[in-house]
Ligand binder design. Structure first.
Ligand SMILES: Nc1nc2c(c(=O)[nH]1)N[C@H]1C(S)=C(S)[C@@H](COP(=O)(O)O)O[C@H]1N2
Ligand SMILES: [Mo]
Length: 556
């Protein structure tokens, strides 16, 4: 009903192998288990040795004049809006993760170094294995839009939602401090730490502490948890998300290091998601366990009322709306993918064009940073022409450079090499999530531009490949002329100080360091200067933009 896959799409999005597993490295599993078991074990040890600690909530039963009196409408609306967006963000995030269902702490992403993977597949070493083949199927019940290799659409939902999620959060926090509502969430004394622990000992040993009336104030553990969600989880998810952007990473190399590495940021981004989901489950369970009707009225109607069902109905309404949005988003993803792509371009495309797309990347890494592994992507060309060229070491290869230029040229590899060699060590960011650091050597695009002299009307450069896209037809992509003129943008014939291998794009592949990997065409045969990307292919900026609804600008 919501999908109309043809045979080719079915083979990609609905593969025979749809197993969903979670495989931890033993060490990682031990750490995760310890994070849960150690506190619970300590709580039990304290309880068995010393009995239940004094319940600190007993002090809180009577509200004081300094306490917030109830929940204003802005707070209640912000709370539900936040939930609505969070569901969209988490579900689309899971779809993105499924496209490279492996998490690492190292930038090289070598198979076997993942601390957690959601695939039973061990990467074969006896044949070419691409990241696209490695993508996993995710049920559309869990993911938005789910299925396999739907990262383009999933990212649109993720990035369309994020600005509104952040805006809602910023308004919420501002109003907290503009009113006295911050007193609910922000502890004002370190006493909150031992108090929260005492309450945790209660819960962990199956005792309910005295329930203060949430209309005025929360118990210490509640306060600490809510504080952590608003003031720790939310900023961490934002920062770790930003740390994954190629435009940001290539401009501010120190930024992903806040999380250890770029993959560290990705892992933290996932762990924060787990924390959001775990929090939501426990939060809802506690709301139900400590007076469902009254709690729902607090957040629904803003009244301290344990009789009326209105709060419950409001909660149910929000839930229904959220489910309806999920179903609607599923429909849009498959019935109106182009409109979704264009909406994303109107919101984020413009946002990025005016901000991070302006950054100039720098080739910053050192030889020692080069990673031992570098995933492969794309289909090796199987045209007669490329095979023949490859068989003779690309001696007869001619790069044709034309379009709206004064001086169209055909250049052999020797010609290109005579024009100049620039060597850069940079980090590659695939849209699917993996990264790698390598040295790339080749001709700076600005030198090619100087040589061919594009007309004033040129805004865009198109790069065509000998290879084909996922659904057939020549692979190509476009870049703004501005990005092509930035530092470290080269047509490379060298990787890690050796001639480019066939898999990595021989004889020539593009490097545009502030963009995602899919914009870096491999097996380049032709360069064309054009007035607009709309004149090329189906007009959306590249093969993946045309067929898989990827973004025209790939700074994130
Ligand atoms: N011709 C062509 N170029 C391509 C692709 C492709 O499928 N065909 N895949 C792109 C993607 S998605 C990535 S991440 C990089 C991968 O480069 P690598 O295989 O050298 O790691 O190449 C890009 N260039
Ligand atoms: Mo990619």
């Amino acid at each position: 009903m919501f999908t109309n896959f043809n045979a080719a799409e079915r083979a990609v999005h609905y593969p025979a192998d749809r197993r969903l597993v979670a495989r931890f490295q033993p060490g990682a599993l031990a750490v995760c288990a310890a994070l849960v078991l150690v506190p619970v074990g300590l709580a039990w040890a304290q309880y068995l040795a010393f009995g239940l600690p004094t319940d600190p909530s007993a002090r809180l039963v009577a509200p004081t004049a300094a306490d917030p009196q109830g929940f204003p409408a802005w707070l209640r609306i912000g709370h539900w809006v936040n939930f609505f967006f969070l569901v969209l963000i988490v579900r689309s995030g899971l779809s993105i993760l499924a496209d490279h269902a492996r998490l690492y702490w190292n930038n090289g992403c070598a198979p076997g170094t993942d601390w957690l993977r959601f695939t039973p597949v061990a990467v074969p070493t006896d044949r070419m294995w691409t990241a696209k083949e490695d993508a996993r199927y995710l049920s559309p019940v869990l993911g938005l839009p789910g299925y396999r290799h739907t990262v383009g659409l999933a990212r649109h939902w993720h990035f369309i939602t994020v600005p509104f999620f952040l805006l809602n959060g910023a308004v919420f926090i501002a109003l907290l401090f503009f009113t006295n509502q911050w007193r609910r969430l922000v502890p004002t004394s370190w006493q909150v730490v031992p108090d929260a622990w005492s309450i945790f000992v209660h819960y962990a040993t199956f005792h309910l502490p005295v329930e203060p009336n949430g209309f005025f104030h929360y118990n210490a553990l509640q306060q600490v948890s809510y504080f952590a969600v608003v003031f720790l989880l939310a900023p961490i998810s934002m920062l770790s998300g930003m740390a994954m952007s190629p435009a940001i990473e290539n401009r501010f190399h120190w930024f992903p290091k806040l999380f250890g590495s770029r993959q560290g940021a990705r892992s933290v981004h996932f762990l924060v998601t787990v924390a959001y989901v775990a929090f939501t489950i426990i939060h809802v369970a506690m709301v139900a366990a400590t007076g469902l009707t009254r709690n729902m009225n607090h957040m629904g109607t803003g009244r301290d009322d344990s009789v009326s069902h209105t709060g419950l109905w409001i909660g149910a309404g929000v839930l229904l709306l959220t489910v309806a949005a999920a179903v609607g988003a599923q429909w849009v993803s498959w019935q109106r993918p182009r409109a979704l792509q264009q909406t994303a371009a109107a919101i984020n495309g413009n946002l990025w064009r005016l901000s991070i797309d302006q950054f100039k990347p720098t080739a910053y890494y050192k030889k020692a940073d080069i990673t031992s592994y570098f995933w492969l992507n794309g289909k090796l060309p199987d045209s007669e022409q490329w095979r023949t060229l490859a068989a003779t070491n690309f001696q007869d290869f001619r790069l044709s450079v034309g379009g709206l230029v004064e001086n169209p040229v055909e250049l052999s590899l020797a010609d290109l090499k005579a024009l100049g060699l620039e060597q850069n060590i940079t980090m590659h960011h695939c849209i699917q999530g993996w990264s790698g650091i390598a040295e790339w050597g080749g001709l700076p695009l600005r030198k090619l531009v100087d040589l061919v002299k594009p007309h004033a009307a040129v805004t865009t450069v198109a790069f065509y490949s000998f290879g084909e896209g996922l659904y057939g037809g020549a692979y190509y992509d476009t870049h703004t002329l501005a990005n092509c003129l930035k530092p470290a943008c080269i047509l490379a014939w060298e990787m890690n100080y050796a001639p480019l291998s066939e898999g990595h794009g021989a004889p020539l592949r593009l490097r545009v360091e502030n963009q995602l990997g899919y914009k870096m065409v491999k097996w380049v045969c032709r360069v064309e200067f054009v007035e607009s990307h709309e004149q090329v292919g189906k007009g959306f900026g590249g093969k993946n933009e045309d067929d898989e609804y990827f973004d025209l600008l790939a700074d994130t």
